[in-house]
Design a protein around this ligand. Structure first.
Ligand code: PMT
Length: 414
């Protein structure tokens, strides 16, 4: 493989049988051009000796948090600062749980808290431990904080069982790390809207929708992982901000429009994932509406179409819309692509279990004026990564770079 690593990788090894593969991983990372320093957890010492890692890495191996000799040389803070990338492989269920809790009771967990370098984990454990709700919750917490999970792979396990929980093979781990380093959106500014908008009827009631914000937050995180500066404009949602993402909270469509338009001027990409209310009450009542009338009429007026306004900017960003459809998915998405003059539209079904609103899963058909790409079914996290890859390759596209004709391209729908 060609040298993609001119960086410093801190490899954490924790106590699982897959630790024996980590020696091969060190060798492969060095072959790919990386400088590698190994930190072993106390548990890892039961599986493999520091001497092995010292021999393959060409560097002293670090095992103790409170080691006078180490503190004088490469202590935990120095190691945390030294690393361009932290990779923990294998990462046991216990280590994942401790990291999710923010514990810093050994050298490796302390480094993970102290570093500003990206942290990736290659989980390895028994398949039942991997699918235990506690491990799932810990992994979800870490992913929200920007920790990247690579694997696990599925197959025969050392314990005699079969299923997901095997550490991803060293050759694969090296490939994945190489792609992480590619930072396909480095230097780009990506603007994402997410969640619903609330349109007030009176001081206690509003018109809203079922959007949880998960799809938009996953996209913000994937864009950040790809090296972009990310601005996230969020409607009312109960989600943690992905680390490194600049978030502005809004309530109504008009608030979202004002913030998004301000930010769009400096953005390279705008991804409009928010489920923006198309209408709002014309005159929200100043006081709580009283019951008693047999009928209550609420006059609605149209909200601004945020994505269409951004797409119409003269030197605006590459603009990606979402189409939430209950029927005629492609036909309706094509109409929106054309009517709103978008560069791409991600069509997804709503109103059914397992995709769209308030689910961890989705299914996306990505449509451009010149073609389509089925991103398939999967977790919103995975689909967000695929969408960001598609956006990055579109940005690279020379035709788009010289898009003097952006606002004159032929319409594809009606
Ligand atoms: O938030 P989750 O629970 O994870 O659910 C994700 C999602 C289903 C909300 C998301 O995947 C999605 O489909 N988002 C778009 C929802 C929507 O409003 O779709 P639409 O077909 O009504 O609008 C088309 C496009 O115009 C969208 O990009 C929308 O952001 C934009 N729009 C719509 C109205 C408006 N006034 N301004 C807009 O910018």
């Amino acid at each position: 493989m060609s040298s993609k690593f001119h960086n410093k990788i801190l490899l954490g090894v924790t106590g699982g049988i897959a630790a024996y593969k980590s020696a091969d991983l060190v060798r492969r990372l060095r072959d790919a051009g990386a400088e590698v320093r190994v930190v072993m957890s106390p548990g890892a010492l039961a599986f493999i000796t520091p001497l092995t890692f010292q021999a393959v890495s060409g560097n002293p191996v670090h095992t103790q948090l409170l080691d006078e000799a180490a503190e004088a040389g490469m202590g935990h803070i120095e190691l945390a600062r030294w690393a361009d990338q932290v990779l923990v492989a294998p990462a046991t269920a216990n280590f994942i749980a401790r990291l999710a809790q923010g514990l810093a009771d050994d050298l490796l967990s302390t480094i993970c808290l102290a570093t500003t370098a990206p942290v990736a984990l290659a989980p390895a454990m028994n398949q039942k431990m991997w699918s235990h709700p506690a491990t799932c919750a810990n992994c979800a917490t870490l992913e929200l904080r920007g920790v990247r999970l690579i694997g696990p792979a599925s197959g025969a396990q050392a314990c005699g069982e079969t299923g997901p929980g095997r550490m991803v093979e060293p050759s694969e781990l090296v490939k994945v790390l190489a792609t992480l380093r590619e930072s396909v959106l480095a230097g780009r500014h990506v603007l994402v809207t997410a969640g619903p908008t609330y349109e007030d009827i009176d001081p206690v009631r509003f018109i809203g929708n079922r959007s949880s914000g998960r799809m938009g937050f996953a996209i913000a995180q994937a864009a950040r992982d790809a090296g972009a500066r990310v601005s996230l404009v969020a409607g009312p949602v109960a989600l943690e901000t992905p680390p490194g993402v600049e978030r502005t909270d809004v309530r109504s469509a008009r608030e979202m429009r004002d913030v998004a338009l301000d930010l769009a001027v400096s953005a390279d990409v705008f991804i409009s994932v928010a489920a923006v209310a198309d209408y709002r009450p014309a005159r929200p009542a100043a006081q709580k509406l009283k019951k008693g009338l047999p009928k209550q009429k609420i006059e609605l007026v149209a909200n601004p179409d945020i994505v269409a306004e951004v797409a119409a900017l003269e030197h605006g960003p590459l603009t990606v819309g979402f189409a939430a459809e209950t029927e005629k998915l492609k036909e309706h998405a094509l109409q929106k692509l054309s009517r709103k003059s978008l560069d791409m539209i991600a069509a997804n079904r709503v109103g059914q279990a397992g995709s769209g609103f308030d689910s961890d899963q989705n299914e996306i058909l990505l449509i451009t004026p010149s073609g389509e790409q089925n991103l398939g079914k999967g977790s919103k996290r995975k689909l967000a990564q695929l969408l960001i890859e598609a956006v990055a390759s579109r940005l690279k596209d020379e035709e788009f770079e010289n898009r003097s004709d952006k606002n004159n391209r032929p319409a594809t729908g009606n």
